[in-house]
Write a protein that binds this ligand. Structure first.
Ligand code: ASP
Length: 322
Protein backbone atom coordinates (compact mmCIF):
# COMPACT_ATOMS: atom_id res chain seq x y z
CA UNK A 1 0.00 0.00 0.00
CA UNK A 2 1.37 3.40 -0.89
CA UNK A 3 1.03 5.98 1.83
CA UNK A 4 3.65 8.53 0.95
CA UNK A 5 4.69 10.64 -2.01
CA UNK A 6 7.95 9.38 -3.56
CA UNK A 7 10.91 11.64 -4.09
CA UNK A 8 14.44 11.39 -5.45
CA UNK A 9 17.36 13.80 -5.73
CA UNK A 10 20.98 13.28 -6.74
CA UNK A 11 24.24 15.18 -6.98
CA UNK A 12 27.40 14.56 -8.96
CA UNK A 13 29.56 16.81 -6.81
CA UNK A 14 30.17 20.51 -6.38
CA UNK A 15 33.56 20.21 -8.14
CA UNK A 16 31.90 21.31 -11.37
CA UNK A 17 34.12 22.84 -14.05
CA UNK A 18 33.58 26.36 -15.34
CA UNK A 19 31.27 26.01 -18.34
CA UNK A 20 33.93 26.87 -20.93
CA UNK A 21 36.33 24.16 -19.73
CA UNK A 22 34.35 21.21 -21.01
CA UNK A 23 33.16 20.57 -24.56
CA UNK A 24 29.46 20.71 -25.37
CA UNK A 25 29.59 16.93 -25.90
CA UNK A 26 31.05 16.37 -22.44
CA UNK A 27 28.38 18.55 -20.80
CA UNK A 28 25.67 16.72 -22.72
CA UNK A 29 27.08 13.34 -21.68
CA UNK A 30 27.37 14.34 -18.03
CA UNK A 31 23.76 15.56 -18.01
CA UNK A 32 22.60 12.40 -19.77
CA UNK A 33 24.30 10.35 -17.03
CA UNK A 34 22.55 12.42 -14.35
CA UNK A 35 19.23 11.72 -16.07
CA UNK A 36 20.09 7.99 -16.33
CA UNK A 37 20.85 7.95 -12.61
CA UNK A 38 17.46 9.53 -11.85
CA UNK A 39 15.72 7.03 -14.14
CA UNK A 40 17.39 4.13 -12.33
CA UNK A 41 16.38 5.39 -8.88
CA UNK A 42 12.88 6.37 -9.98
CA UNK A 43 12.30 2.93 -11.56
CA UNK A 44 12.77 1.42 -8.09
CA UNK A 45 10.58 3.95 -6.29
CA UNK A 46 7.73 4.02 -8.79
CA UNK A 47 7.34 0.25 -8.49
CA UNK A 48 7.00 0.52 -4.73
CA UNK A 49 10.66 -0.39 -4.07
CA UNK A 50 12.63 0.84 -1.08
CA UNK A 51 14.45 4.16 -0.75
CA UNK A 52 17.62 2.19 0.04
CA UNK A 53 17.45 0.29 -3.25
CA UNK A 54 16.64 3.52 -5.10
CA UNK A 55 19.66 5.45 -3.79
CA UNK A 56 21.93 2.49 -4.48
CA UNK A 57 20.64 2.24 -8.07
CA UNK A 58 21.05 5.98 -8.68
CA UNK A 59 24.58 6.13 -7.24
CA UNK A 60 25.67 3.03 -9.16
CA UNK A 61 24.93 4.74 -12.48
CA UNK A 62 27.12 7.70 -11.50
CA UNK A 63 29.90 5.41 -10.22
CA UNK A 64 29.96 3.81 -13.68
CA UNK A 65 30.10 7.17 -15.47
CA UNK A 66 33.55 8.68 -16.22
CA UNK A 67 32.17 12.17 -15.60
CA UNK A 68 31.97 12.05 -11.81
CA UNK A 69 34.51 11.56 -9.07
CA UNK A 70 33.36 8.12 -7.87
CA UNK A 71 33.97 4.62 -9.19
CA UNK A 72 35.23 4.86 -12.80
CA UNK A 73 36.48 8.45 -13.07
CA UNK A 74 37.57 8.76 -9.44
CA UNK A 75 40.32 11.19 -8.37
CA UNK A 76 43.93 10.02 -7.94
CA UNK A 77 45.62 10.24 -4.56
CA UNK A 78 49.17 11.58 -4.16
CA UNK A 79 50.61 8.12 -4.88
CA UNK A 80 48.76 7.94 -8.22
CA UNK A 81 46.23 5.41 -6.93
CA UNK A 82 42.49 5.49 -6.30
CA UNK A 83 41.16 5.03 -2.77
CA UNK A 84 37.38 5.12 -2.69
CA UNK A 85 34.93 5.89 0.12
CA UNK A 86 31.19 5.16 0.18
CA UNK A 87 28.28 4.77 2.54
CA UNK A 88 24.55 4.15 2.59
CA UNK A 89 21.96 4.66 5.32
CA UNK A 90 18.41 3.44 5.85
CA UNK A 91 16.31 6.10 7.58
CA UNK A 92 13.76 3.59 8.84
CA UNK A 93 16.10 1.41 10.91
CA UNK A 94 19.16 3.68 11.04
CA UNK A 95 21.11 0.73 9.66
CA UNK A 96 24.11 1.81 7.62
CA UNK A 97 27.08 0.43 5.74
CA UNK A 98 30.32 2.29 5.10
CA UNK A 99 33.65 1.58 3.41
CA UNK A 100 36.78 3.68 3.12
CA UNK A 101 40.07 3.44 1.26
CA UNK A 102 38.90 0.62 -1.00
CA UNK A 103 40.93 -0.03 -4.15
CA UNK A 104 39.37 -2.93 -5.99
CA UNK A 105 35.58 -2.86 -5.60
CA UNK A 106 33.98 -1.91 -8.91
CA UNK A 107 30.91 -0.40 -7.22
CA UNK A 108 31.66 0.63 -3.64
CA UNK A 109 28.02 1.62 -3.04
CA UNK A 110 26.86 -1.94 -3.71
CA UNK A 111 29.40 -3.25 -1.23
CA UNK A 112 28.27 -0.68 1.36
CA UNK A 113 24.70 -1.95 0.99
CA UNK A 114 25.74 -5.59 1.40
CA UNK A 115 27.67 -4.60 4.53
CA UNK A 116 24.61 -2.77 5.84
CA UNK A 117 22.45 -5.85 5.26
CA UNK A 118 24.97 -7.99 7.19
CA UNK A 119 24.36 -5.62 10.10
CA UNK A 120 27.65 -5.72 11.98
CA UNK A 121 30.29 -4.28 11.54
CA UNK A 122 28.96 -1.07 10.07
CA UNK A 123 32.25 0.37 8.79
CA UNK A 124 35.17 -1.43 7.10
CA UNK A 125 38.45 0.09 5.90
CA UNK A 126 41.04 -0.62 3.22
CA UNK A 127 42.06 -4.16 2.35
CA UNK A 128 39.57 -5.63 4.85
CA UNK A 129 36.75 -3.89 2.98
CA UNK A 130 38.08 -5.08 -0.38
CA UNK A 131 38.31 -8.65 0.96
CA UNK A 132 34.80 -8.43 2.36
CA UNK A 133 33.41 -7.46 -1.05
CA UNK A 134 35.38 -10.22 -2.75
CA UNK A 135 34.11 -12.81 -0.28
CA UNK A 136 30.56 -11.62 -0.98
CA UNK A 137 31.09 -12.32 -4.69
CA UNK A 138 30.93 -8.67 -5.79
CA UNK A 139 32.59 -7.46 -8.98
CA UNK A 140 36.29 -6.74 -8.34
CA UNK A 141 38.60 -4.77 -10.68
CA UNK A 142 42.21 -3.64 -10.95
CA UNK A 143 42.81 -0.16 -9.52
CA UNK A 144 43.48 1.20 -13.04
CA UNK A 145 39.84 0.56 -13.92
CA UNK A 146 38.97 3.78 -12.06
CA UNK A 147 41.47 5.95 -14.02
CA UNK A 148 40.53 8.50 -16.68
CA UNK A 149 42.62 10.96 -18.66
CA UNK A 150 40.89 13.98 -17.07
CA UNK A 151 41.73 12.83 -13.54
CA UNK A 152 45.32 12.13 -14.57
CA UNK A 153 45.57 15.74 -15.80
CA UNK A 154 44.01 16.96 -12.55
CA UNK A 155 46.72 15.08 -10.61
CA UNK A 156 49.54 16.59 -12.70
CA UNK A 157 48.15 20.09 -12.32
CA UNK A 158 47.73 19.67 -8.54
CA UNK A 159 51.33 18.37 -8.25
CA UNK A 160 52.55 21.42 -10.18
CA UNK A 161 50.46 23.73 -8.01
CA UNK A 162 51.98 22.09 -4.94
CA UNK A 163 55.49 22.78 -6.26
CA UNK A 164 54.89 26.39 -7.30
CA UNK A 165 52.65 27.23 -4.35
CA UNK A 166 49.40 27.96 -6.17
CA UNK A 167 47.23 25.34 -4.44
CA UNK A 168 44.78 27.98 -3.24
CA UNK A 169 44.04 28.97 -6.85
CA UNK A 170 42.99 25.44 -7.87
CA UNK A 171 39.44 25.20 -9.17
CA UNK A 172 36.88 23.10 -7.31
CA UNK A 173 36.86 20.76 -10.32
CA UNK A 174 40.62 20.17 -10.20
CA UNK A 175 40.34 19.29 -6.55
CA UNK A 176 37.32 17.15 -5.88
CA UNK A 177 33.79 15.85 -6.51
CA UNK A 178 31.49 13.12 -5.21
CA UNK A 179 28.19 11.49 -6.10
CA UNK A 180 25.17 11.01 -3.89
CA UNK A 181 21.46 10.31 -3.79
CA UNK A 182 18.58 10.76 -1.37
CA UNK A 183 15.13 9.22 -1.64
CA UNK A 184 11.73 8.91 0.00
CA UNK A 185 9.81 5.73 -0.82
CA UNK A 186 6.10 4.98 -0.97
CA UNK A 187 6.25 3.50 2.53
CA UNK A 188 7.47 6.86 3.83
CA UNK A 189 11.05 5.72 4.46
CA UNK A 190 14.09 7.85 3.72
CA UNK A 191 17.58 6.78 2.60
CA UNK A 192 20.85 8.40 1.58
CA UNK A 193 23.95 7.16 -0.26
CA UNK A 194 27.26 8.80 -1.13
CA UNK A 195 30.34 7.60 -3.04
CA UNK A 196 33.60 9.39 -3.82
CA UNK A 197 37.22 9.27 -4.87
CA UNK A 198 37.91 12.06 -2.35
CA UNK A 199 40.08 14.90 -3.61
CA UNK A 200 42.89 14.93 -6.15
CA UNK A 201 46.37 14.47 -4.67
CA UNK A 202 45.00 13.55 -1.24
CA UNK A 203 47.55 11.79 0.94
CA UNK A 204 47.26 7.99 0.82
CA UNK A 205 45.04 6.86 3.68
CA UNK A 206 43.06 10.11 3.90
CA UNK A 207 39.36 9.49 4.58
CA UNK A 208 36.71 12.12 3.83
CA UNK A 209 33.18 12.72 5.02
CA UNK A 210 31.35 10.59 2.44
CA UNK A 211 31.65 7.31 4.39
CA UNK A 212 31.12 9.02 7.77
CA UNK A 213 27.52 8.51 8.87
CA UNK A 214 26.21 11.83 10.19
CA UNK A 215 28.75 13.88 8.21
CA UNK A 216 28.52 13.28 4.43
CA UNK A 217 25.63 10.83 4.58
CA UNK A 218 22.61 10.74 6.89
CA UNK A 219 19.01 9.52 6.79
CA UNK A 220 16.42 9.41 9.52
CA UNK A 221 12.72 8.85 8.98
CA UNK A 222 10.54 11.76 10.05
CA UNK A 223 13.45 14.18 9.54
CA UNK A 224 15.49 14.10 6.36
CA UNK A 225 18.00 12.33 4.14
CA UNK A 226 21.20 14.18 3.23
CA UNK A 227 24.17 13.53 0.93
CA UNK A 228 26.98 16.09 0.89
CA UNK A 229 29.80 17.16 -1.38
CA UNK A 230 32.69 19.50 -0.67
CA UNK A 231 35.74 19.67 1.53
CA UNK A 232 35.13 16.62 3.69
CA UNK A 233 37.26 17.74 6.62
CA UNK A 234 34.65 20.45 7.35
CA UNK A 235 31.63 18.23 6.79
CA UNK A 236 33.12 15.93 9.43
CA UNK A 237 33.76 18.78 11.90
CA UNK A 238 30.20 20.04 11.60
CA UNK A 239 28.60 16.56 11.35
CA UNK A 240 26.63 18.20 8.55
CA UNK A 241 24.04 15.49 7.88
CA UNK A 242 23.20 14.99 11.53
CA UNK A 243 23.32 18.73 12.19
CA UNK A 244 20.65 19.34 9.53
CA UNK A 245 18.43 16.59 10.98
CA UNK A 246 18.90 18.05 14.47
CA UNK A 247 18.17 21.63 13.42
CA UNK A 248 14.89 20.32 12.02
CA UNK A 249 14.00 18.12 14.99
CA UNK A 250 15.09 20.31 17.90
CA UNK A 251 15.12 23.86 16.54
CA UNK A 252 12.04 23.48 14.34
CA UNK A 253 13.78 24.65 11.16
CA UNK A 254 12.42 23.66 7.78
CA UNK A 255 14.56 21.55 5.46
CA UNK A 256 15.36 24.63 3.45
CA UNK A 257 16.35 26.69 6.49
CA UNK A 258 18.41 23.91 8.07
CA UNK A 259 20.37 23.13 4.89
CA UNK A 260 20.92 26.82 4.13
CA UNK A 261 22.31 27.29 7.63
CA UNK A 262 24.67 24.33 7.22
CA UNK A 263 25.98 25.63 3.89
CA UNK A 264 26.37 29.12 5.38
CA UNK A 265 28.52 27.72 8.22
CA UNK A 266 30.73 25.85 5.74
CA UNK A 267 31.02 28.90 3.50
CA UNK A 268 32.66 30.82 6.37
CA UNK A 269 35.68 28.55 5.84
CA UNK A 270 35.93 29.49 2.15
CA UNK A 271 35.47 25.91 1.04
CA UNK A 272 33.31 24.52 -1.74
CA UNK A 273 30.22 22.81 -0.33
CA UNK A 274 26.90 21.50 -1.53
CA UNK A 275 24.33 18.84 -0.75
CA UNK A 276 21.04 17.32 -1.75
CA UNK A 277 18.38 16.62 0.86
CA UNK A 278 14.83 15.34 1.05
CA UNK A 279 12.40 15.95 3.89
CA UNK A 280 9.87 13.48 5.29
CA UNK A 281 7.19 15.24 3.21
CA UNK A 282 9.14 14.72 -0.02
CA UNK A 283 10.42 18.29 -0.28
CA UNK A 284 13.76 18.55 -2.09
CA UNK A 285 16.61 21.04 -1.75
CA UNK A 286 19.99 21.20 -3.48
CA UNK A 287 21.98 24.17 -2.12
CA UNK A 288 25.65 24.80 -2.97
CA UNK A 289 28.14 27.64 -2.69
CA UNK A 290 30.47 26.80 -5.58
CA UNK A 291 30.30 27.85 -9.25
CA UNK A 292 28.15 24.83 -10.00
CA UNK A 293 26.99 21.47 -8.75
CA UNK A 294 25.95 18.50 -10.85
CA UNK A 295 22.47 17.78 -9.58
CA UNK A 296 19.05 16.50 -10.47
CA UNK A 297 15.68 15.49 -9.08
CA UNK A 298 12.33 14.15 -10.16
CA UNK A 299 9.12 16.00 -9.32
CA UNK A 300 6.01 14.00 -8.27
CA UNK A 301 4.56 14.37 -11.79
CA UNK A 302 7.62 12.47 -13.10
CA UNK A 303 9.57 15.33 -14.67
CA UNK A 304 13.35 14.81 -14.61
CA UNK A 305 15.33 17.96 -13.79
CA UNK A 306 19.10 18.18 -14.28
CA UNK A 307 21.52 21.05 -13.76
CA UNK A 308 25.21 21.82 -13.66
CA UNK A 309 25.23 25.57 -13.00
CA UNK A 310 22.36 28.03 -12.53
CA UNK A 311 19.99 26.82 -15.23
CA UNK A 312 17.81 23.81 -14.54
CA UNK A 313 16.75 21.71 -17.56
CA UNK A 314 13.81 19.36 -17.90
CA UNK A 315 15.26 16.13 -19.32
CA UNK A 316 12.13 14.07 -19.89
CA UNK A 317 9.19 12.66 -18.02
CA UNK A 318 8.88 9.36 -16.20
CA UNK A 319 5.93 7.45 -14.89
CA UNK A 320 4.35 9.75 -12.30
CA UNK A 321 4.20 8.68 -8.68
CA UNK A 322 1.26 6.36 -7.98
N1 ASP B 1 33.41 15.26 0.19
C1 ASP B 1 34.43 14.61 -0.59
C2 ASP B 1 35.59 14.33 0.29
O1 ASP B 1 35.99 15.19 1.04
C3 ASP B 1 34.88 15.39 -1.76
C4 ASP B 1 33.82 16.14 -2.52
O2 ASP B 1 32.65 15.96 -2.33
O3 ASP B 1 34.14 16.98 -3.34
O4 ASP B 1 36.14 13.26 0.20
Amino acid sequence: MTTSPIALAIHGGCGTLPKAEMTETEWTEAKADLAASLRAGWAVLSKGGSAVDAVEAAVLVMENSPHFNAGHGAAFNADGEHELDASIMDGETLAAGALCGVKRIRNPIGAAKVLMRRGDPLFLAGTAADSFAESEGLDMVENEYFSTERRRKNLSSMKIRELVGTMSEASEAEKHGTVGAVALDAQGHLAAATSTGGYTNKPAGRVGDSPIIGAGTYARDGRCAVSGTGKGEYFIRYCVGHEIASLMAYAGLSLEEATARAIAELTKHRIGAGLVAIGADGSIVAPYNSAGMYRGWVTPDGFIHVATHGDVEVAGQLEAAA
